[in-house]
Design a protein. Structure first.
Length: 420
């Protein structure tokens, strides 16, 4: 008989990387994820992996090493910084005699802990059920059919089919509820269009300081903390504009490398707000040594949700940690590319307000700007034909974050910029 063990709070991390640089960054992020899930990290098993073992992912020798350390440290859960198949997860649990989860499951669990709104809970539950659907079969082998013949058949297939049917029904209900949420959001977008409100969305890597900047711009007082995925529920507030513009600012869920596809699909209704925004404020943790990869990861997810055509303004946050002065950077054509500030201390926040006004001024003067309706045919305007404006072209997804300039990534030509 095999039943999945209960979990505890002491965890052993397993990080198998393909390169030394990726390994260090990935392990640091895994530690933060474990801390965000309220787990105590008792130890780490690391190493490289050139070939994936189809049965255990790590191979028999590495699994034996993990088992010995797990027994020595008396941990109750082993977390792999890789995506495990259902077969690999089951085989590892049998060998290690403890609960084994992968990176995707850990992120889903953090989302389940942090969801507060009704919509957020629906989205997280849908993502969890989609992930669980692949792990129903043969998860509990005492339910399988043991013998054949009349009167000798076990209840296994019946139980598993019942699980599938109940899970499928629940998924259908959740999708119907989220479709209702999407219709409500579409109504809200049309209302903002009638009120000539400009939509600005904060996007960025998790823990880049989006919620802190949101509070600094709107005085909303939403929850902000130095942890991964502190904010899941999208919040929208009006922000002050020096030019008196009607601007609605939205704070969205943060992104992370290898963001589970189940989460992207479940949060699509929420992320649609990002794709329909007039401009995105791409918040970057400028104190992070890994900021270039984080920018690329965010741009990758934005492309996946159809928001890669929305204009961006790069916001280099946390400059107080690297002793950089607030500044606004433009390209050679006068287009706004980035603003350096500290959302925590407030330094440079007023520069961002002015920069947004300048951005929309330029967008209004530019005859090439497009509306939300032109960007997405499914977005309807109101009866009077009022639509929100878009702005300037999006900076390249391969851009490298630099304090003074915005440069093209490897293989591209550098683009000069000036600050003021």
């Amino acid at each position: 008989m095999f039943e999945r063990p209960d979990t505890g709070s002491r965890a052993l991390l397993v990080a198998l990387g393909t390169s030394e640089r990726d390994y260090d960054e990935s392990l640091a992020e895994l530690r933060e994820l474990a801390a965000s899930a309220c787990l105590e990290v008792a130890g780490v098993v690391g190493g490289g992996r050139n070939r994936i073992d189809p049965s255990t992912y790590a191979g028999s020798g590495k699994v034996a090493e993990i088992a010995a350390l797990r027994s020595e440290l008396d941990v109750s859960i082993v977390i792999f910084n890789n995506e495990l198949s259902p077969v690999q997860e089951r085989n590892l649990e049998r060998t290690l005699c403890c609960r084994v989860v992968d990176r995707t499951t850990l992120i889903l669990d953090i989302f389940a802990q942090r969801a507060r709104s009704h919509e957020g809970k629906l989205q997280v539950e849908l993502a969890q059920l989609d992930h669980l659907a692949t792990r129903l079969v043969r998860g509990w082998t005492h339910l399988e059919r043991q013998k054949g013949g009349i009167g000798l058949r076990g209840p296994g297939e019946t139980q598993l089919e019942t699980d599938r049917r109940l899970l499928g029904k629940r998924v259908k209900v959740l999708k119907e509820k989220l479709q209702k949420v999407e219709r409500q959001r579409a109504t809200q977008r049309r209302s903002r269009a009638r009120g000539a409100a400009l939509s600005v969305s904060l996007v960025g890597y998790t823990n880049a300081g989006k919620s802190t900047l949101f509070n600094a711009l709107t005085h909303a007082g939403t929850y902000a903390a130095d942890q991964l995925f502190a904010t899941l529920d999208t919040t929208s507030r009006r922000m002050f504009s020096p030019a008196g513009r009607n601007i609605v600012l939205s704070d969205t869920v943060g992104f992370i490398r290898d963001l589970p596809h189940e989460l992207v699909a479940a949060f699509r209704a929420t992320l649609t707000e990002t794709a329909q925004a007039d401009v995105l404020l791409h918040v970057v943790d400028f104190a992070s040594n890994d900021r270039e990869r984080q920018v690329r990861e965010v741009n990758r997810v934005l492309a996946e949700i159809g928001a890669d055509t929305v204009p961006q303004i790069l916001v280099c946050n946390k400059i107080d940690q690297v002793s950089i002065d607030p500044k606004v950077v433009h390209d050679d054509l006068g287009g706004l590319t980035s603003v350096s500030l500290s959302a925590l201390t407030g330094a440079g926040v007023d520069l961002l307000r002015v920069a947004l006004d300048d951005f929309f001024d330029r967008a209004e003067r530019d005859p090439a700007f497009e509306s939300d309706e032109e960007r997405d045919p499914a977005f309807g305007s109101d009866e009077e034909g009022d639509v929100s404006m878009s702005g300037l072209p999006l900076p390249p997804a391969s851009a490298i974050v630099d304090a003074e300039t915005w440069t093209i990534g490897p293989g591209g030509a550098a683009t000069g910029a000036r600050s003021r």
